[in-house]
Design a protein around this ligand. Sequence first.
Ligand SMILES: Cc1cc2nc3c(=O)[nH]c(=O)nc-3n(C[C@H](O)[C@H](O)[C@H](O)COP(=O)(O)O)c2cc1C
Length: 367
Amino acid sequence: MLSTFGHLFRVTTWGESHGPALGCTIDGCPPGLKLDMEDVQHQLSRRRPGQSKLVTPRKEPDKIEILSGVFEGVTTGTPIQMVIWNKDADSRKYRQWKDTWRPSHADYTYEAKYGRRDWRGGGRASARETAARVAAGAVAQQWLQARYGVEIVAWVERVERLVAEVDGDSVDRQSVDAHPTRCPDPAVAGDMAELIQTARIDRDSLGGVVGCVARGVPAGWGEPVFGKAEALLAYGMMSLPAAKGFESGAGFNGATMRGSHHNDPFATDDQGRVVTTTNHAGGILGGISSGMPITMRVAFKPVATIARPQKTVNRQGQDVDILMKGRHDPCVLPRAVPLVEAMAALVLMDLALMQEARASFRDTPSS
Ligand SMILES: Cc1cc2nc3c(=O)[nH]c(=O)nc-3n(C[C@H](O)[C@H](O)[C@H](O)COP(=O)(O)O)c2cc1C
């Protein structure tokens, strides 16, 4: 809890947006994983600010340094410590807002909780914290890929009213990254980019939905009843900044369907494996993976910092206007894609390790 996520693969993140550094400690990573740090860096570069005209121009290189837990390029099983130094933090403009609550941000609630807060750049509530999760998630993705061939792909499915058609069975990261919106549907991606630019000019922000699939997850991962795979995925995704909704499989749309249409018929494939011919369940039954692709969606709100005067109150309870000019994201969706992949990987690796722990006694013959 608090700053730690996971049970057997435990990730603690630390650091503030404008502090000297931020990072994560991973406890419970199995030994023997050949860690590709270039791949970890690549995932961070997909999250970092300044990567296209559609996102905040803050210029953070987000260079990752690994301090422990890896020897000769291979994990040792001891805690992995990773650090990212903050380079482009400009705290000056935040001083003017230190006694004023930004509408829709976490200033008021952090103060209500702790009686104080680091007001520079959103402090701990800043989405910069997610760089640490992306680094930990990249480690989990490498382990899942190496041990089980699991592949996790997320994409931008919706920006405000524009919705993409994406085939979760075939979508890959190359097609996602082919456009700066990270929408792999070329028919919609251009319009999404235009919409985001228009919002920037209007000094407004836009929300949307990230879709995600995990392919290759074997049947049996997930812990009934409070550790249901979809419950833990929802928990992980809803811990992301600006996340406001989670769907598993057919999700809310499933509520409009009839059982005769929603039920996924079982069949066997040409290799004799149990499959379902549709996947409205999103690859999870009873909280346990069925072997079908695990599918989910995460809704992100239009973020708080818009360069328009807004009504709020200050620490003294006086009505004031606030104008937040600066380097902000008009739409966080393109940068949220690697975050969703990271959280999916953290949950799935934790569930995989739990299932491996159980496998050693699952087949014990009863007397
Ligand atoms: C990738 C990413 C970038 C973000 N950038 C901003 C931003 O520029 N301005 C802002 O107000 N919020 C931004 N947010 C959202 C805030 O961090 C978040 O709204 C805030 O911490 C309050 O938390 P809540 O929205 O989960 O309640 C961003 C979120 C993500 C995922």
